[in-house]
Design a protein around this ligand. Structure first.
Ligand code: SAM
Ligand code: SF4
Length: 491
């Protein structure tokens, strides 16, 4: 999934849709072939890189053609009902090839595996292996069991696992930008969200392994890393304890604590030529210290994904987001004060949460006007079994109303994105070139610090170059520029 959606063309239906990524072809002479389809969030795509690495060590090359695979994994998402339906439909499409090749192993990994556990085996007969997000080290054993003709399940959730020692195999890489997972799980209990149940408790990865991964990527030619976690500002690590809840209890006893601001600084110091981004920030956790660290380093991109979910305090309370409208707006004020108007801010929005009134929906629209988001991921509420909201509240907003409210949010965002992009016209900006533009090979695509896509004519610049550009035109989703200088000195 692109970090930026083409919000000028997105519809309410599309907003709920699920893209997937597949493994590339790799031939290093291994005897078996692995095909992975990854659904959902960036964390899942990042996990698939860990899975590919583990399987590679055990005799598998990746393939982009599931018909050539010995093992097919679907790395799944449970966040909305639509995501699970998509996977079930996809599984039914694999029926035929399983009939033709009974030796084929089919595995369901990730959040859906964790949520449904062994029930998946009875509900989806074609599935041989069910593996939750903390059990990937066990994959080779589980596949071996399946090859013997038995079904295999491991949905054990760990309190410590971060896969810190596993070097991910970069899948679908442009060779310039990469994701680094810095923490796993989530200790927040947003009432609508299934993630705490599918990904377990919050734990932070050893900062030295994160910095080592960033250095290695830089040496291989990568020029941007995005630090990933469900709630990165909550990152907290000590040599003695990496589990957040346990660390909070024994903070006095540990020798050292590394916070997110600290980690950000460590990664920023790898090289002024390595850009650093991070996602996602929770409004309750983002501190002024993080904002000041962002300001201190030019290579930390001035962009914050700060999902609000709703602009109404009563709804936020029902969602158990632990902040209200005023708190959120105060955080936005701090961002503007410390990082200025040009800092990109994006959001996630849920339309039609339980009991949301028309006035409360209007509060979301008015908050969007105040914040002036650059872009947003927008959804209508989808009840998830087992969540606090499913237990406590009735999913009482009719689908048609949810869709209409979502369409209004999408329309508002499209207007705001265009307005925000117009503010960039005539400005000089530094962009990092990620490759050729989708629509024409006569154009290159890069991103500015605020995470906006900038299209420039293909001249002498190439992938991986930094380019100073002048912004000359824009649409709601894209900026267009001309080249001023290629690879200016940044240090
Ligand atoms: N940890 C991130 C945060 O708190 O902002 C978000 C992670 S979640 C994978 C991504 C987004 O999915 C959420 O921000 C929310 O907008 C959306 N989402 C989660 N549960 C949902 C549900 N039950 N229905 C609709 N959208 C949902
Ligand atoms: Fe889900 Fe809330 Fe955790 Fe985000 S912070 S993953 S929305 S529970």
């Amino acid at each position: 999934m692109d970090l930026i959606k083409d919000i000028d063309i997105i519809s309410a239906e599309e907003a709920q849709a699920c893209d997937y990524k597949t493994t590339p072809d790799e031939n290093t002479g291994k005897t078996k072939k692995l095909y992975i389809e990854s659904y959902g969030c960036q964390m899942n795509f990042s996990d698939s890189e860990i899975v590919a690495s583990i399987m590679k060590e055990n005799g598998y090359d990746t393939t982009s053609d599931f018909e050539k695979a010995d093992v097919i994994f679907l790395n799944t998402c449970s966040i909305r009902e639509k995501a699970e339906q998509t996977v079930r439909k996809r599984l039914s499409q694999f029926n035929q090839i399983k009939k033709e090749n009974p030796d084929l192993t089919i595995g369901v990994l990730g959040c859906m595996a964790e949520r449904l556990k062994e029930n998946l085996l009875s509900e989806e007969k074609i599935v041989d292996v069910v593996v939750g997000p903390d059990a990937y080290r066990d994959l080779p054993n589980l596949v071996a069991v399946a090859e013997e003709g038995q079904k295999a399940v491991n949905t054990f959730l760990s309190r410590e696992e971060t896969y810190a020692d596993i070097a991910p195999v970069r899948l679908n890489s442009n060779g310039v930008t990469a994701f680094i997972s810095i923490m796993r799980g989530c200790d927040n209990m947003c009432s609508f969200c299934v993630v705490p149940f599918t990904r377990g408790r919050e734990r932070s990865r050893d900062p030295h392994s994160i910095v080592a991964e960033a250095k290695d990527l830089f040496e291989k030619g990568y020029r941007e890393v995005t630090l990933l976690g469900q709630n990165v500002d909550s990152y907290k690590w000590s040599p003695e304890e990496n589990n957040k809840a346990r660390l909070n209890k024994k903070e006095e006893e540990v020798s050292q604590v590394v916070s997110f601001a600290h980690l950000l600084e460590m990664v920023a110091q790898v090289s002024p030529y390595l850009r650093v981004r991070f996602s996602t920030s929770h409004p309750k956790d983002i501190t002024d210290e993080v904002l000041h660290t962002m300001k201190k380093y030019d290579n930390i991109c001035k962009y914050i994904h700060l999902p609000v979910q709703s602009g109404n305090s009563r709804v936020l309370e029902l969602m158990n987001r632990t902040y209200d409208r005023e708190w959120y707006l105060d955080r936005v004020r701090a961002i503007r004060e410390i990082l200025g108007e040009e800092c990109g801010i994006s959001s996630d929005m849920i339309a039609g949460f339980c009991t949301e009134t028309e006035e409360e929906h209007q509060d979301t629209l008015s908050l969007m006007d105040i914040v002036q988001y650059d872009f947003s991921y927008m959804f209508y509420y989808s009840e998830r079994p087992g969540t606090l909201a499913a237990k406590k509240f009735e999913d009482d907003i009719p689908l048609e109303i949810k869709k209409r409210r979502l369409a209004e949010i999408i329309e508002k965002q499209s207007l705001l994105s265009h307005e925000r992009n117009k503010l960039d016209l005539g400005k000089e900006q530094l962009i990092l070139i990620e490759g050729t533009a989708k629509k024409s090979d006569q154009q290159l695509k890069g991103r500015n610090s605020a995470n906006k896509v900038v299209i420039i004519p293909a001249g002498k610049a190439k992938k991986g170059d930094y380019v100073n550009v002048k912004i000359t035109d824009c649409s709601p989703a894209t900026l267009f520029g001309e080249i001023l200088e290629i690879n200016p000195a940044l240090a």
